[in-house]
Design a protein around this ligand. Structure first.
Ligand SMILES: *[C@@H]1O[C@H](CO)[C@@H](O)[C@H](O)[C@H]1NC(C)=O
Length: 396
């Protein structure tokens, strides 16, 4: 009896170990890896039509669904979202337009309201892994982004290649190319200068935001946006997988983190590294060297169980370290934080680092999880703070 129980237990364990090995093997293939990293086939809006944004809670024609074609032929599906007060002012002409997918966005009232208003602001939205422009907490996120100046703040959100209705398959370089195309559209088609553009990213979108911010700031002449907001950023993919737990409970690679040799070996197979720590440092360095004004806000909730909040102090440190010619150690920065950060009680803590050119803020919330936080008033405040710092005449 006991012997047979033991035998079955052994067989089960062996089978589990075998499955784990197969999983690890699969993870070394780039296609399977892409599905695990980007989760792009998990749309979550399967039973809704993105071309009918009204079913996501928007007013008739408040959202214009359209497409932007990238230089390599990839089609990017996008939404242009009007803020509520602007919509109210133009309600009758907006309601009269035909609904649904729009071939030529430049013919639409909403587009003209963006292009022709020298005071309009535009937020380029970089969403996280999985889903589409319409899934989960992204819709309340769009409300929060525009809430501070609902007559002025437009949002442009899109699906990266391989996500939702966009064509192609996701890779790091491809997604960066997509985000750069969105920037190009904003500046050259919608006519909004970088000083009136803010880049917002959440989760995987933070890595995309940093990649394009760094790329453009390092150009000559540099292109620097009014600011960049990062919600739930991470150091890089290797560090992320060593801490990641599916649904907050099932560790995939973290058991391996106990075996550094095996873990380092497997790391070599990571195709898309998304090194936000290096990119944020290069972004800050480039702006400090060029004397460009820059504003970075990092926000993370302590109860985020998808990406542990302690990624944010690391990313913040890479940014602050890069703002000083001789750098600062992590421990020294933590000491300074201890002295000068604001403690807001149940609302969390805020640390602001100012240089002659830049502001780097770290906001750690007590609660907000991974996605719910995106609809919180801290998001509205972060947007308004950046737009007002960039242009003090931007008030309600
Ligand atoms: C911190 O900054 C110093 C000085 O620029 C640099 O040499 C060092 O590599 C930086 N450290 C990290 C971890 O980026």
């Amino acid at each position: 009896m006991i012997a047979s129980v033991f035998k079955y237990a052994t067989i089960t364990l062996a089978a589990l170990a075998g499955l784990y090995a197969v999983l690890l093997g699969l993870l070394t293939t780039s296609k399977f890896q892409a599905h695990v990293v980007y989760l792009h086939k998990i749309q979550m809006t399967w039973f809704k039509d993105l071309d009918v944004p009204e079913t996501f809670g928007f007013l008739r024609n408040q959202v214009t669904p359209f497409e932007i074609r990238n230089s390599d032929g990839v089609i990017l599906y996008a939404w242009h979202i009007l803020p509520i007060e602007l919509y109210r002012k133009h309600e009758s002409s907006l309601v009269e337009e035909p609904v649904g997918f729009v071939q030529d966005i430049t013919s639409r009232v909403g587009f003209k309201l963006l292009r022709d208003d020298p005071d309009a602001r535009l937020i380029l939205h970089m969403h996280g892994a999985a889903g589409t422009v319409g899934s989960g907490y992204r819709v309340p996120n769009y409300w929060a982004l525009a809430a501070g100046q609902p007559g002025k703040i437009h949002v442009l959100t899109f699906d990266y290649r391989g996500f939702g209705r966009s064509s192609g398959a996701p890779t790091e370089n491809g997604i960066i190319l997509d985000a750069l195309k969105i920037v190009d559209w904003a500046i050259n088609v919608a006519g909004v200068p970088p000083s009136r553009i803010l880049v917002f990213g959440q989760s995987m979108g933070t890595a995309v935001s940093l990649a394009i911010s760094e790329h453009l700031a390092s150009q000559s002449p540099p292109i620097v946006f009014a600011g960049t907001i990062l919600v739930a950023p991470f150091v890089d993919v290797a560090t992320l997988v060593s801490t990641y737990r599916v649904a907050g409970t099932v560790p995939i690679l973290s058991p391996l983190a106990h075996f550094p040799a095996a873990f380092n070996y497997l790391q070599r197979f990571i195709r898309d590294k998304w090194s936000s720590k290096d990119r944020i440092a290069q972004y800050v360095q480039a702006n400090e060297a060029n004397g460009e004004r820059y504003r970075l806000t990092l926000i993370h909730a302590e109860d985020d169980y998808d990406i542990p909040w302690h990624h944010t102090p690391r990313v913040f440190w890479y940014a602050v370290n890069a703002s000083m010619p001789s750098g600062i150690s992590y421990e020294n920065l933590e000491e300074k934080k201890f002295e000068s950060r604001k403690d807001l009680g149940a609302a969390g803590t805020v640390m602001e680092w100012r240089t002659e050119n830049g502001v780097i803020r770290e906001e750690i919330l007590r609660t907000g999880l991974h996605d719910v936080i995106m609809g919180y008033p801290v998001i509205t405040m972060a947007v308004m703070r950046i737009f007002q710092e960039a242009d003090s005449s931007f008030t309600c």
